[in-house]
Write a protein that binds this ligand. Structure first.
Ligand SMILES: [Zn+2]
Length: 416
């Protein structure tokens, strides 16, 4: 069943669809992006007369999308009632497929509170049909465990590692499933699940999660940097998620860092990813342990082959010199790269995520050091460096952000 037909089948049910004017959707968008808001503030934000906001908001309240919640902070005058997304009507599903083929399925309300969650790992030779069947089964389990959710689901947001075509709903290439080529995953999932499905690359989805529900909320310009097995970047520019021409913007890890470096799996030589990923840190850590077994890191992990990231982070926090040297070795190229990005984008915030974020404030101070050295002073000094807020299931939660974005732009139509 083609994706568009599946979409129509579900959403042109008897009784028709609810459709909203562009201005109504703008009210929804401003609340989604900035949080609970009074009618008078919406009126100021959008430049609409108060009576108009009252009318538009009423349509959203009766559609079950908005509800009233408490009062705004006092500013001297009469305190307005805050409008926020309604929590007990519609639900959204976010799915993430990681590089390691770990699949995260999260059902959440419109505030991104998790209602049910399932995770499972698939083998690299899993076919698209098997992935769809596994996701469907996970959703069935969720619906069985939590009655009343099935009917409330309005959409699925899927984020996968690798190269994707969000427009065509296809996974072009995937490190999780190396055999996959141009797989129409959106069509397949929409047909199996009977709801609209939207696809995004993994890092764009994590970035959307921060933009709608995390530390990027209310921030018009920020970069999201994921430092894990891969190194990828998400961009929010002037309040919009930047996707690029093909939907794959942000492949930061495959920029050339050293032209005399090792060959990368992407085919290029000396990619940044080979120097700053969690794999690189572990590789150097194991190498260093062989000759410094008397260090604190050596006490925490006597056998190099058992070394994990937490050993390195703990030893570094306890002041171990070797662990700190290892962290510095990965932080330097990242910090230099961030300094360059700050010069280019003049960004308000950089949100750091991924496995290396486990090093905590130590990592941020090493990065700050490099930014202070290499960024233009009046730019770097004003850029905030923070960790991403949504750690656990952050990418899957971004599926919810994607659904809200589509809802606010009129691309998801709710049944009456
Ligand atoms: Zn590469």
């Amino acid at each position: 069943v083609p994706y568009v037909e599946a979409y129509r089948r579900v959403h042109c049910i008897e009784g028709g669809n609810m459709s909203f004017s562009d201005d109504t959707l703008r009210v929804l968008m401003v609340i989604g992006r900035q949080g609970p808001m009074s009618r008078s503030r919406i009126s100021r934000e959008l430049g609409f007369p108060p009576s108009r906001v009252t009318r538009l908001a009423e349509a959203l309240v009766s559609a079950g999308l908005l509800e009233e919640t408490g009062f705004e902070a006092s500013t001297g005058g009469r305190r307005g009632t805050l409008l926020t997304f309604r929590q007990d009507t519609y639900i959204m599903c976010g799915i993430r497929i990681s590089i390691a083929a770990v699949v995260d399925v999260v059902l959440m309300d419109l505030h991104a509170n998790t209602l049910e969650q399932r995770s499972f790992t698939l083998s690299p030779d899993t076919t698209p049909g098997q992935v769809v069947a596994a996701v469907r089964q996970a959703l069935e389990d969720c619906f069985t465990a939590h009655s009343g959710l099935r009917e409330r689901l309005i959409g699925v947001g899927l984020g996968t590692s690798g190269l994707v075509s969000p427009e065509r709903g296809c996974v072009l290439r995937s490190r999780a499933f190396p055999e996959w080529r141009d797989v129409p995953i959106v069509d397949l999932l929409a047909a199996a699940l009977d709801v609209p499905v939207f696809l995004e690359n993994e890092v764009a989805m994590s970035t959307a999660a921060e933009q709608w529900f995390g530390n990027g909320r209310g921030c018009r310009n920020f970069l999201y940097i994921s430092l894990g097995q891969g190194v990828r970047m998400g961009l929010v520019i002037e309040g919009r998620l930047y996707r690029g021409m093909t939907g794959n913007a942000g492949e930061l890890g495959h920029t050339t860092y050293r032209k005399d470096g090792p060959v990368c799996y992407c085919g290029n030589v000396g990619c940044l990813e080979r120097y700053v990923s969690t794999d690189a840190l572990l590789y150097w850590g194991r190498d260093a342990l062989g000759s410094h077994s008397d260090s604190r890191l050596g006490q925490l992990c006597p056998r190099p082959e058992n070394l994990n990231l937490d050993h390195i982070f703990q030893a570094a926090r306890e002041g171990d010199r070797m662990a700190n040297t290892l962290l510095r070795r990965v932080a330097r190229p990242i910090g230099q790269t961030l300094a360059g990005l700050i010069n280019i984008f003049d960004t308000e915030k950089i949100l750091v995520a991924g496995g290396l974020a486990g090093a905590g404030d130590l990592l941020l101070s090493l990065l700050r050091e490099q930014i202070d050295i290499h960024a233009l002073p009046h730019l770097g000094a004003n850029t905030q460096l923070q960790f991403a807020e949504l750690k656990q299931h952050g990418t899957a939660i971004g599926g919810g952000a994607l659904i809200l974005e589509k809802l606010c732009s009129g691309r998801i139509v709710l049944p009456k």
